[in-house]
Design a protein. Structure first.
Length: 268
């Protein structure tokens, strides 16, 4: 079990982690965060869980997590005055989680668009950003983060075994989930406590430095069609900007695009 008192003791954040909830089991930490948002006053709320019965990824995909082995967490951000865009939140979440992992372990994951954390092409973690309009103006976001921590090979389901990994499998050091949890919150807070304190240019540069190098070949499914090309940039909506083989440059949005693996054993 995570030790929330221990996490709170080491935490020196201004926004993220103002309130922390810890559940032994839930359907999804994102659901638990949305339920709190409906009650009000949830900006900066963090929900951790040891187990999810219906953990989700993008487009209704499943997120697997054997009990107690992952870091499962959702952060609520109530942005009443549009200080931050959904695209920026998506980009900074990936940068923050990648930096937290690099800070607490000898593992340095690469960001794969839109929000995967990979180690040598195997998925170590994923991030799901959900949002709604806020009744009083602006938007509300839930940033759901799943990081595989203590999984041994036997904990990973057979269809994921060749494309998923964990910190335990990638590192000789012992993994301290409390330290990682505190680092994730601190890194997120570094961006979110003062959204006016950094520019999109900085975020863009930081994301590109941590992501797969530009020029990577990609196949994307969008509006029922497959497009292939080379990645040339990321834009402020966190859309992937691709030089298409069919000609032209086009931005593909996170919300309606999936990456189609060339190799069926690769990550989605
Ligand atoms: C993601 O979706 O990668 C976002 C995952 C976010 C999970 C967190 S856990 C806390 C919070 N509460 C939730 O309910 N969700 C968030 P996507 O890009 O759609 O990737 C999903 C795909 O990753 C699946 O279809 C599998 O192929 C693969 N997958 C599932 N579980 C995995 C795991 N534990 N490790 C690596 N890959 C996994």
């Amino acid at each position: 079990m995570l030790d929330i008192a221990n996490i709170q003791r080491t935490l020196d954040t201004r926004r993220v982690g103002r309130r922390i909830e810890h559940l032994e089991s839930t359907t999804s930490t994102n659901d638990a965060a949305w339920a709190q948002i409906d009650l009000g006053g949830a900006d900066g709320l963090v929900v951790f869980a040891e187990h999810q019965s219906a953990g989700r990824g993008r487009f209704g995909r499943k997120w697997e997590s054997p009990k107690g082995a992952s870091l499962l967490c959702s952060v609520a951000i109530v942005d009443t005055s549009d200080e931050i865009s959904g695209g920026e939140l998506s980009l900074l979440s990936a940068v923050a989680v990648r930096d937290a992992i690099a800070r607490c372990s000898e593992v340095v994951p690469t960001i794969k668009w839109p929000n995967d954390l990979l180690v040598l092409r195997r998925k170590l973690g994923g991030i799901l950003v959900e949002s709604r309009a806020n009744g009083g103006g602006g938007r509300v976001y839930v940033v759901g983060i799943g990081i595989n921590c203590l999984q041994q090979r036997g904990h990973i389901s057979p269809d994921l075994i060749d494309r998923a990994t964990s910190l335990e499998l990638e590192s000789k050091q012992k993994i301290d989930r409390n330290e990682l949890a505190a680092a994730v919150l601190a890194e997120l807070d570094g961006w979110l406590a003062d959204p006016g304190g950094w520019t999109y240019e900085k975020l863009h540069r930081d994301w590109l430095l941590r992501a797969e190098p530009l020029g990577w070949r990609v196949r994307l499914q969008h509006a029922g069609k497959i497009h292939s090309g080379s990645v040339v940039d990321i834009d402020p909506n966190a859309a992937l900007v691709v030089q298409l083989d069919e000609g032209g440059i086009r931005a593909f949005n996170v919300a309606d695009t999936t990456v189609v693996p060339d190799d069926p054993s690769a990550t989605e």
